[in-house]
Design a binder for this molecule. Structure first.
Ligand code: FES
Length: 218
């Protein structure tokens, strides 16, 4: 569904209220007086995380975070801006979900570096294993697959993001192992899945060895 269509979709709840007013105040206080609109993005993030915790609205069996239109309106009212200003932000960034998503939101990077390193295999492995297409959610509400642009971990391509964590240096096999683990509600270790440390060569450091020792990474 197009993000703009989601704002008027039938699954929209009537109202939204922040359950942690203290957290809202703390976010507003980060910015100079009169600049409340600077808080739009962190408040949207707070609202999305609240929905993930408080659960779905209506009959949706999904448990991931998303932003109902009522939440966007609430953020606009708190920040003293017209709702369209918040809609513009929420529809632009892929980090904001404007429709219900699965408990585990799997964002698959298919931009050039990931694609050159085999993201098509990773995508096919996920769609085949879960039997859904990109943009869809499994019937049990566990997984949503979302294609995204570069997530900034190109040196560890191909990679995916599941909720807040990155899984990198993937293959068709390792990504299925990760999905199987989430199916059991066990969060697998994030980061590179091929045994290397960070973005270091798998054979170990070839330069700056002294610095690596000092940093305690070898
Ligand atoms: S291209 Fe995939 S993380 Fe940058």
């Amino acid at each position: 569904m197009k993000k703009s269509d989601a704002l008027n979709a039938p699954f929209q709840p009537e109202s939204f209220e922040f359950t942690d007013p203290k957290a809202v105040k703390e976010i507003i206080a980060r910015y100079p007086e009169g600049r409340d609109h600077s808080a739009i993005m962190p408040l949207l993030d707070l609202a999305q995380r609240q929905v993930a915790v408080t659960g779905p609205f209506g009959d949706y069996p999904t448990g991931g975070g998303w932003l109902p239109r009522a939440a966007l309106d609430e953020v606009a009212s708190i920040c003293g801006v017209a709702p369209i200003k918040v809609y513009e932000v929420a529809t632009f960034y892929s980090m904001y979900n404007l429709e219900p998503v699965g408990k585990y939101l799997v964002q698959l990077c298919t931009t050039t570096p990931c694609w050159l390193c085999g993201s098509a295999d990773v995508v096919n492995a996920c769609t085949n294993y879960l039997d859904i297409k990109l943009g869809q959610t499994t019937d049990d509400g566990y997984f949503t697959l979302m294609e995204v642009e570069c997530l900034g971990a190109c040196s560890n391509a191909p990679m995916i993001q599941v909720n807040d964590d990155y899984y990198e240096d993937l293959t068709a096999e390792s990504v299925v192992t990760i999905l199987k683990s989430f199916q059991k509600d066990v969060v697998p270790p994030s980061g590179p899945q091929n045994g290397r440390i960070g973005s270091m060569s798998i054979a170990g450091p070839t330069t700056l060895e002294e610095q690596a020792k000092k940093a305690g990474v070898i």
